[in-house]
Every structure is written in C-alpha cells, then in structure tokens.
Design a protein around this ligand. Structure first.
Ligand SMILES: [Zn+2]
Length: 464
C-alpha cells in the first residue's frame, strides 16, 4: 500500500509527509508570470512541474477538491518599460502576452489553474493588507512610499536561511535615503504622471510585487495558512521571504503556507537560463521544432529539484521516447479515447517527492514489455497499461496515428504534398512503373517521411 505523499519542504529543508489542512479543499498557490514578453524555457519548468503536482493532488484527493491559484502580474516596471519601448498601450501588451502565455502553457499540456487572478483586479485587497501592516507597526510611510520594516519581524529569513548580512546584500537595492533599514522593501510606491497608478491613502501609486501575491493568495485560498506555495528556486529570496513577512505579520501567524516547494533551474551549457545572462530560449521557438509534449517530457526527465540541461540532444531523446510509446499504442490500436489501465505505479513514484525519473522508467518498462509481447492480446494489455500510467504525467493523450504523422520537426513537405506523392506512387505501382514508384519513395524518405505499406494496398506514413 502507498505510504502517502512526501514532499521536500524548503521551510524545514527535508522531505515531509503531506497531509492537507482540509482534505475537502486542498489549496496551492504558484507565482505566475509578469506579462511583458513570451516566456522562456526556464519559466516553463515551474509551469510543468507544478501542473504535475496539481494533477497528483487531484488524483489523491479528488478533482473537485484541489484549488490551484496561479496569479498574473500585470503591473510592473518591466511592463511599463516594455510598452514604452514597443510604443503600445500597456493593456495591449499585457493582453497579448497573456494570450501567448496561455497558448504556451496549453502546448506544454498544462491544465488551467482553478483561479488565475490578475494583480490589477485586486488593488483593494493589497491596499487593505498594507493598511493592516501599517496599523500593526510592521510598515511605515516615507516619501510617498510604504515600506515593510524588516527588523519588525524577528523570524525574517527563516525560509531562505539567510542571515542579516546576506539579506541586505541579497536585496540588491541601492539603498534609498528614506529607508529606515537597508533590508526594508517596498509595499507601495508613487506613480509618475505618465505611469499607471491607483488612488490610495498614500497618494496615487502602485503596489510592490511581493504584496500582490500575499493579497491574492489570501483572497483565493484564505484563511491562512494554506497547503502549498510553490515557484522557482530564484523566488525563495527575496520574493517568498517577503510574502511570508507580509502575510504572517498582517495576520499574526507563524505560517503562510505549510509546504514551500521550489524547482531547480533550466541550464544552458551548465549556466542558469536567465534573461540577465542573455541565454534564454523562448518556449515558442522550441515549439516550432519540437512537439509540446516532448518539451514537457524533457522538463520532467530530471527530478524537479535538480537542474535540467536544455540541449538539442535531450529534446530529441524526449521526442524519440514519445515516438516509441505512441508507436506501441498505434500498433496495439489503442485509441485516444481509451483511458488505458493505471495500476498506480506512476502515482507511487510521484508520491516520493515527484520522482519523475522513476515514473518515466515505468513507462519505458511497459513499452518494452509491449514490444516483446508474444501475442496481440498481451501487446494490447501492456499498451493500455502504458497509456493508463502516462495519463497522470499528462502524457500520451493524443491520437497515436495523428501524433506519429505530425509530431516530428517541421518537414519540407506539407501533408497535402505527401498525400499527392503517395497518390502518384500508388498509380505508378498499379501501372507497374516501379522506377517511378521507387523514386517517389526515395523523395519522401529524404524529406523524413517513413512509408509503411499495408497488406490491403494502402500506405500509412509518419514523419521521422
Ligand atoms: Zn509570488
């Protein structure tokens, strides 16, 4: 029997058994994108990893009992700068970027979160939270700003384990003269005439980034604490540390969330993929060459707390694994609608802190057994188990025959062009003009099209 779900909690720095506070309403928050440009592959990792956790929680506690909130930051200096650079209104930039983000997330096989609140719809909650922090003496007003006073919280730094010196250095701020303490951070700041701003008790301005998440998490998941707060490793400090400071000090609590989960970086040539390092690859660029499902499998191929390398080889490997698995399904005629059979082996692997390498090994094993099967019945049995187990990972849901036809890199020939050549080849063979038929086969093969002649005279094809 299952030993239950265990997750590594950044807060305690160890794996702990996960028990929801209320099994009837399991609550999870993941920091979403700041919408000013298309996401890169590094941004895609938390999207896919915590989509997997969402699926696992739904599997364990029931689809209707899990609430997954992923916010959208649609007010930020970076957005203002980008809109100015593009010469377009902020709303046009954010609306387009949100559309693109949704398209990328869907291509990666991510379920929609339960709620996807936008910061600009929740100014009232943010202002109320800031007022509470002011009233309780954890914040102060200075030069049109409202700042959180870090020394007012003795346990500040608990999540990241940073001492005071590292906190100040890590905040990477040129220390503004109005700050009482160099570690203090912005809750609210004044807006210039030509910048977006909202009325507040402290004048027209806009919220700091950290307060957005504290306000929206509580609005959708409250009362605190909730079960899981997740995001990329780079958010531990200062973002998550500051969320904790705001939420806990405002409510007089020790905990904002019980479990804090953080995924490792995507690396390019051993270096973190980051905008600041200029080595980012957009998800959209990768999707031009690889099926989204292959990108998803590649992102899940390493354990989520380890770094994962973005290489052509790794993506090809993921695509080839999927091709092998879909071929098993196609050969056994397992249709897209067939739910398959899950015996819980993938679920068991994932229950150990989302051990995706072990889960993927289960799929490889089932595919091998299907390929070695000695009867059609046995092959079908293993193929259906492969499909059933893969479902929890968000894989192998497509129609196998269609996937094999389309999921290769963009080929030189369109489907219609392939069909046209196949028709000519069929006619040539009928006329016993084998030289023409062979030439057409060679042309198709050169374009990466593999032909499979069937006993009934028809020809199936797929892209290599
Ligand atoms: Zn956040």
């Amino acid at each position: 029997m299952s030993r239950g779900l265990h997750l590594f909690n950044t807060l305690s720095r160890r794996k702990e058994r996960f028990e929801p506070i209320d099994p009837g309403r399991v609550r999870m928050y993941v920091c979403g994108p700041t919408v000013y440009q298309r996401i890169h592959v590094g941004n895609a990792r938390p999207l896919v990893v915590f989509d997997l956790l969402f699926r696992l929680l739904r599997h364990l506690y029931g689809v209707e009992r899990v609430v997954y909130v992923r916010n959208i930051t649609d007010v930020d200096d970076k957005i203002i700068d980008q809109a100015r650079k593009n010469g377009e209104p902020i709303e046009a930039l954010t609306a387009r970027t949100i559309r693109d983000f949704h398209a990328d997330a869907a291509a990666l096989g991510c379920l929609e979160p339960t709620d996807e609140p936008r910061a600009t719809d929740h100014l009232a909650e943010m202002i109320a939270l800031i007022e509470t922090l002011l009233a309780k003496g954890h914040a102060y007003e200075a030069a049109g700003h409202v700042l959180f006073h870090v020394p007012s919280m003795p346990s500040y730094g608990r999540l990241s384990g940073r001492d005071r010196e590292e906190q100040v250095a890590g905040a990477r701020v040129e220390v503004a003269p109005y700050k009482k303490d160099p570690a203090d951070f912005v809750l609210w700041k004044p807006a210039a005439e030509n910048e977006p701003g909202w009325p507040s008790p402290w004048g027209r301005g806009r919220p700091g980034w950290h307060i957005e998440c504290s306000a929206m998490a509580e609005r959708y998941l409250g009362p605190l604490p909730f079960d899981v707060h997740a995001g990329g490793q780079d958010l531990i400090f200062p973002h998550h540390e500051n969320e904790i400071a705001q939420s806990c000090c405002a409510r007089g609590l020790d905990l904002m969330a019980r479990f804090w989960l953080h995924n490792g970086f995507v690396q390019m040539a051993g270096e973190k993929m980051a905008k600041s390092l200029g080595n980012v690859v957009r998800v959209a660029e990768v999707l031009e060459r690889f099926p989204g499902e292959a990108v998803r499998l590649w992102l899940l191929s390493a354990h989520y707390r380890q770094p994962v390398d973005c290489t052509e080889e790794a993506l090809l490997e993921a695509r080839d694994a999927l091709r092998r698995w879909y071929r098993v399904l196609a050969d056994a005629r397992v249709a897209a609608e067939d739910p398959g059979v899950a015996e819980g082996r993938v679920a068991e692997a994932l229950a150990d802190d989302l051990a995706t390498p072990a889960a993927i090994a289960v799929l490889h094993g089932l595919a091998t057994r299907a390929n070695k099967a000695e009867s059609a019945g046995e092959r079908e049995e293993f193929a259906r188990r492969l499909k059933g187990e893969a479902a929890l990972l968000g894989l192998l849901a497509a129609d196998p025959v269609a996937w094999l036809k389309h999921a290769a890199p963009a080929a030189a020939l369109s489907d219609a062009e392939v069909e046209e050549r196949l028709e000519r080849r069929r006619a040539a063979r009928k006329a016993r003009d084998f030289a023409t038929a062979d030439a057409l086969r060679a042309e198709l093969e050169a374009a990466g099209i593999v032909l499979k002649d069937r006993p009934d005279g028809r020809t199936d094809w797929e892209r290599r």
